[in-house]
Design a protein around this ligand. Sequence first.
Ligand code: SAJ
Length: 400
Amino acid sequence: MKINVIGLGYIGLPTALMLAAHGVSVVGSEKDAARVAALQAGEAPFHEQGLDDVFQKARQNGIAFTTDVVVADVYIISVATPYDAVTKKVDVTALQAAARQVLAVAPDEAILVVESTIAPGTMEASVRPLVVAAGKHVHLAHAPERILPGNMIHELEWNNRTIGADDVAIGERVKALYASFCRGEIVVTDLRTAEMTKVVENTFRAVNIAFANELMHLCHESGLDVYDIIRICNMHPRVNILEPGPGVGGHCIPVDPWFLVGDYPTLTPLIRTALETNAAMPRYVLRRIHEIARQEHLPASARVGLYGLTYKEDVDDMRESPTLQLLALPEARDFVVYDPMIHEDVVAHQVHDLDAFLDAVDFVVIMVKHAEIRERQEKLRGKVVLDGHHSVALPGVYHL
Ligand code: SAJ
């Protein structure tokens, strides 16, 4: 049995490598020729714990990389499915382009699995018509990914999964494929249920984070310590509040819930408010920076430094990062920026060394709680610090 994984990004690549490392015959396809050349040379485009080992095993087992879609028994599409900023609906352009490529070469009875996150109903509305138009007898399945960046390889192996499919027999075949590397429980269901569960999972997290952010605002107003409040509440056996923070980034939590809002605008006031609460955080951070600068009587010439550019700690992924959202505000134009995970220059006033960063600034805003700053927090002594994540334990540090 031959598998063709299409889209070798954060999800497609680890999935292709895991399958190959576990003895499945895999071809990885990616339209970016430079990425394909790097993969052929054994270079991973991003860092993840355990990825190098799996890459090596996959290479030993003969994984191939190409820019073409090839003849295979099962296709796994894992391309980006962003939301349209205006309509808030899922943008299926890349997904449909990949599906068309598959359908041009797929043999009858092949299975087309979509891993990309999609709005409920997308398989029927946007993929099925392509199969019908191609006149092929290709089966459809949806196997939404659930892995957490920063812990991907472990979670690929241990997370439970959901497989939605045209019928149970197809679902079971896809399940057997994923069971080659996944030791979690794999639930087989229908396409729409699988689509919905994935979006609901990320929406639950977005709403919970928004709740934490709202609590933060009201604790700040009333002079209470939100972290202490959440810590104590979470000791209740049925309460689990997430953490407030300077914004919600990544390609999933601030994106996927919009699919529900886009398709059901009148039925999702809570979700919309949660997304807006989270999206307002970078601007709130800016307000706190101004407030604290006044309180500390910092001169207008004082330099503000943002610690962290990635969307969360200890990953090198900057998609939808709260720091980038903050830097997009004109008042943040002159801020100095440093991130130990980002080695190339991506924004203005970026430095590449913690000491140089601390020398250059008077006021440090911790936007990302990378292990580096938690381990080296003593270096922050003497600076004005706004800790966006309750990540350091130094006296006099400000919080959100
Ligand atoms: N964040 C907070 N407070 C928290 C937790 C996170 O402000 O308590 C922020 C982070 O700093 C970050 C953003 O939220 O900016 C998202 O980070 P995350 O760790 O919550 O989530 P992702 O995007 O890395 O991964 C999520 C996961 N989904 C769930 O946990 C339900 C992962 O399992 C999914 O596979 C992934 O989305 C995805 O690809 O859909």
